[in-house]
Design a protein around this ligand. Structure first.
Ligand SMILES: [Zn+2]
Length: 184
């Protein structure tokens, strides 16, 4: 990701995720952000449409760089891989980003961004969006309840189990049908 994407084309709804670091003193500063349904609406292809996530950012401003530590915690509403029903998935992640002030030919990585010396603000919305998505596991299923039973939609599970049972017992069904016909 290029730093230009972070700074330019800021949608008004995402303005509150901008940190104006230009006026900050050298040292530590804390910021709190809340991510709600309206946040995800700004990301057209987002799999997550609803969420309730708190983002704490501790920002250390130095002469030549910013060190940002993100602590992200909350719930996102996502579709279950097993029963296709939506459910609230708890997420929690900690991430660190280093923003260096310098020329564009500085080498960038996923964790290090370079922005020009004359820049005085940074938009964190895209980053927060990516961090939230990174914290969502590949396999998303309804959690088990305290008795160790699945909390998936029971109606759907019944149908799915019925389908797989029919497939695996085709031969037995056939045998049963033959038997029935004989006894008629
Ligand atoms: Zn489910």
């Amino acid at each position: 990701m290029q730093p230009k994407n972070l700074i330019c084309n800021i949608l008004s709804a995402l303005k509150r995720y901008i940190i104006q670091f230009g006026g900050l003193s050298i040292g530590n500063h804390n910021f709190e952000f809340h991510v709600d349904d309206a946040f995800f609406e700004n990301f057209e292809y987002s799999e997550i449409k609803e969420g309730d996530v708190f983002v704490d950012v501790s920002l250390e401003k130095q002469e030549t760089m910013l060190i940002l530590n993100f602590s992200i915690k909350g719930n996102v509403n996502i579709i279950c891989d097993r029963c296709s029903d939506f459910f609230d998935l708890p997420i929690s992640t900690n991430q660190q980003l280093i923003v260096k002030f310098g020329d564009e030919d500085f080498e960038e990585t996923d964790d290090i961004f370079v922005i020009p010396f004359n820049e005085h603000k940074i938009d964190l919305s895209q980053l927060i969006y990516e961090y939230i998505n990174l914290s969502v596991p590949i396999k998303r299923v309804h959690p088990d309840n305290k008795h160790g039973n699945s909390t998936c939609d029971p109606e759907i599970i019944k149908i799915i189990e019925g389908l797989s049972e029919n497939n695996s017992t085709d031969n037995r069904w056939d045998a049963l049908k033959k038997l029935k016909n004989k006894t008629k």
